[in-house]
Ligand binder design. Structure first.
Ligand SMILES: NC(=O)c1ccc[n+]([C@@H]2O[C@H](COP(=O)([O-])OP(=O)(O)OC[C@H]3O[C@@H](n4cnc5c(N)ncnc54)[C@H](OP(=O)(O)O)[C@@H]3O)[C@@H](O)[C@H]2O)c1
Length: 236
C-alpha cells in the first residue's frame, strides 16, 4: 500500500513544505520533516537539518531510518530567495541561493537514493517554481537554481528510471506563504492581474499535486514538470 510508505519533506515547519507534510499525514503515510527551526505538523517526526550541510542531511536521514524506516518518498522543498537586480547581486546573494535550492536538493536526493536503490522503489519530487522557466527580473539567482532542477530530475530519471524510481518537478506559481507575503502590495496586485486564475494559490493546492506524484497512479510519470500556477507559465 503506497499510503504506508515513509516520506521525508525538507523545510516542513512552515509554508508549502508544511502543507505537503500535513497532506501526507492525512493520507496515512509515515511522515518526517526536516526543520532548522520550529516543528513539523502534528503526526510528523521532526528532524533538525540545514540542507547546505551534507553531514546534517546524513544524520537526519539516519534518524528517520531508525525511527520510521528507509525513506521511500523524498520531497526537496527547502528553498530561499535573495532578490535583487543582476548589477546589484553579490557573490553571496548568488551562491547562497544556489547552495540552498540546488545544492540542498543534490545533498538530499543523493542521500535518499541509497535506500531507494536498495528497495528498487523511490519517488523524488523537487519543488521548483514557475520563475525557473518563465524568468523574473530581480531573480537571476533564484530562477537559475530552480530551472536547474528540471535538468536534475530528467538526468536522475535517465540514471535511475530502470530501478523503480521516478523523479519529477512541481513548479508552483504564486502561493500564499511567508515568501510571497514579503512582496509589496502593489507588486502582488500586478502579479494577480497577470495570472489567468486571478489569485494566488493556497499551499494545500501544491500539496495535492505532490501527493498525487507520490502515489500509485503516477508510477509511470517521470522527468515531468507539473505546473501549479493558475495558468501563469503556460508553454514555459
Ligand atoms: N511561495 C511561493 O509563491 C513559491 C512559489 C514557487 C516555488 N516556491 C518554492 O516552494 C518552496 C517552499 O517555499 P515557501 O513559500 O513555503 O517558503 P517559506 O515559507 O519561506 O519556507 C521555506 C522553508 O525552507 C526552509 N529552508 C530554507 N533554507 C533552508 C536551509 N538552508 N536548510 C533547511 N531548510 C531551509 C525554511 O526553514 P526555516 O523556517 O528554518 O527558515 C522553511 O521551512 C521553496 O523551494 C520555494 O522556492 C514557493
Amino acid at each position: 500500500m503506497s499510503a504506508e510508505r515513509v516520506v521525508l519533506v525538507t523545510g516542513g515547519n512552515r509554508g508549502i513544505g508544511r502543507a505537503i507534510a500535513e497532506r501526507f499525514v492525512r493520507d496515512g503515510y509515515r511522515v518526517a520533516v526536516t526543520a532548522r527551526s520550529g516543528e513539523g505538523p502534528e503526526g510528523t517526526l521532526t528532524v533538525r537539518a540545514d540542507v547546505t550541510d551534507a553531514a546534517d542531511i546524513d544524520a537526519a536521514f539516519t534518524e528517520v531510518e531508525q525511527q520510521l524506516g528507509p525513506v521511500e518518498i523524498v520531497v526537496a522543498n527547502a528553498g530561499i530567495t535573495k532578490d535583487t537586480l543582476l548589477m546589484r547581486m553579490s557573490e553571496d546573494d548568488f551562491d547562497s541561493v544556489v547552495a540552498t535550492n540546488l545544492g540542498g536538493t543534490f545533498r538530499v536526493v543523493k542521500r535518499a537514493s541509497k535506500g531507494m536503490l536498495r528497495a528498487r522503489f523511490g519517488r523524488v519530487i523537487l519543488i521548483s517554481s514557475v520563475v525557473g522557466l518563465y524568468g523574473s527580473a530581480g531573480q537571476v539567482n533564484y530562477s537559475a537554481s530552480k530551472s536547474a532542477l528540471v535538468g536534475f530530475a530528467r538526468s536522475l530519471t535517465r540514471e535511475l528510471g530502470g530501478r523503480g524510481i521516478t523523479a519529477n518537478v512541481v513548479a508552483p506559481g504564486f502561493i500564499e506563504t511567508d515568501m510571497t507575503a514579503e512582496l509589496p502590495e502593489d507588486t502582488q496586485k500586478q502579479y494577480k492581474a497577470s495570472i489567468p486564475a486571478g489569485r494566488f494559490a493556497t499551499p494545500d493546492e501544491v500539496a495535492g499535486a505532490v501527493v498525487w506524484l507520490a502515489g500509485d497512479d503516477a508510477a509511470y510519470i517521470s522527468g515531468a514538470v507539473i505546473p501549479v500556477d493558475g495558468g501563469l507559465g503556460m508553454g514555459h
